[in-house]
Ligand binder design. Sequence first.
Ligand code: HEM
Length: 231
Amino acid sequence: MPSETQTVSDAGARRNPSAAAKRPAATGPRWVVPAKIAVFVAAWYPLVRMVFFGVTDRLGANPIEFITRSTGLWTLVFLCITLAVTPLRRLTGISVLVRFRRMLGLYAFFYATLHFTTYLWFDKWFDVTAILKDIGKRPFIMVGFAAFVLLIALAATSPRAMVRKLGRRWQTLHRAIYAAGVLAILHFWWMRAGKHDLLLPKLYGAIMLALLGWRLIVWLRGRMALRAKPG
Ligand code: HEM
């Protein structure tokens, strides 16, 4: 999915994602494949836990609320992890970390889809009037929806064939993950502000700020270095 989720792996790939997509997948250290399998399996934990709570009758007095909140929070967690891949790769020098990005981003999309479906189907039973009324009372829902629309676009353009087809436009489009991250925080913050419980939104807001701030600093430094170049 998002720029943060593609398997293109180096600075050259950043400049020309479509050329990178044509290259065969790079072989990496031996641990990469088992680690990818481990991440793939671990990412099912939130869903398995929810199903387990469901069958053992531990979803609380309001199971729909539990599921909506849990899937929302896990979407945010996967968004943060996806956005953390590039800084981690740069800081540790472990370049193969980039090969985990697409999978992590697709899991963010997967949990966002569960979150949205729970709301639309099990909470509102596709009742458009009830949804519009709810949005009138809780506008933060529209902000979450805007973030979800961006994630749909990113997921739809995540296959290698799309990277090739879109060329340089792919890179620009996939910057939308930053907007999705900001909207996700705003959605969470706004929802919790109504309940006067901002501890978690502040925590995730700080994480998002650090992840996006790091990118801004790298970008500004790059521009300054370009300007300083003679000629
Ligand atoms: C990237 C997309 C999204 C993210 C990251 C996200 C994240 C979250 C988070 C973190 C919460 C609060 C969980 C908690 O309090 O522990 C939440 C709540 C909620 N979200 Fe989203 N959300 C997204 C998209 C959506 C969409 C598309 C809808 C519906 C159209 C939606 C509807 C809701 C509702 C109704 C709640 C409040 C549930 C309640 O009152 O218990 N969200 N979301």
